[in-house]
Design a protein around this ligand. Sequence first.
Ligand code: NAP
Length: 243
Amino acid sequence: MVKRNFTKAAVIGGTSEIALSIIKNLPSLETVWLVGRDETRLNVAADSLKVAEIKVLAGDISSGDGITCLASRLPEDLDLVIIAQGMLRPSAADGGYGDLDDMIRVNLAGPCFWMDTLVRMYEHIPCRICVISSVAGDRGRASNYLYGMTKSGLSAYSEGLASSLFQRGALCRITLLKPGLVATRMTADRTDMRLAAGCDSVGRSAARALMAGRETVYVPGWWRFVMFAVRCLPDFIFHHIRA
Ligand SMILES: NC(=O)c1ccc[n+]([C@@H]2O[C@H](COP(=O)([O-])OP(=O)(O)OC[C@H]3O[C@@H](n4cnc5c(N)ncnc54)[C@H](OP(=O)(O)O)[C@@H]3O)[C@@H](O)[C@H]2O)c1
């Protein structure tokens, strides 16, 4: 398989630890745009990278108007965009309508609108869009089905759009990244981290998969088999799982 080296990338949710770890493992990058909601945090993230040129774009990354405005400031020749923003509220919708609304806006509606906008901009160039979903979207579990619902929708949207790009012969392609539990800021207050992967190894594996042009990527890779088994479990067994 031919290995692709990326030179110009953007990260939406530019402070994400997983996305920054992927960027650190792409050796040929010359320019990176970090796009997010908080300029101070984006500048701290920029200082952690060793890339020749880093630009920071701050604004609303989850609303249609905000996304349109930020996207118009990106260059016309990006070869990689990572859509990484996401929030984890453990409760279900009974946490109140606010949680449901925030999670759908940040984890699902915003990333889907970013994908559409980026495809319109880069359909005719070999740009790879990497969408960070989660194994949590593969089957709704009792412990986190609000988060799982947003990631399930994101995975389905991304898979459909990827097929549509393939069918119309677009040069732009999509990689759907499905991490399992990863030790980052997002999971810092969790106690059940036995199955958690380190952020560095996840970034390394994801970067390798992107350079190889892979389309659906579980990180670490063994989650593909675990989630296959989980999806196959009959309901009367699945309902007993408390994880
Ligand atoms: N860590 C895991 O176990 C795990 C597993 C599977 C999938 N994922 C997914 O991987 C992606 C990156 O997560 P991470 O682990 O790298 O966590 P992270 O370091 O906490 O990054 C989360 C990103 O989302 C942004 N964000 C959070 N709430 C936001 C809001 N309300 N509006 C706009 N942006 C918001 C954050 O920006 P600020 O800096 O401004 O807060 C940050 O850029 C997420 O999509 C997450 O769902 C994570």
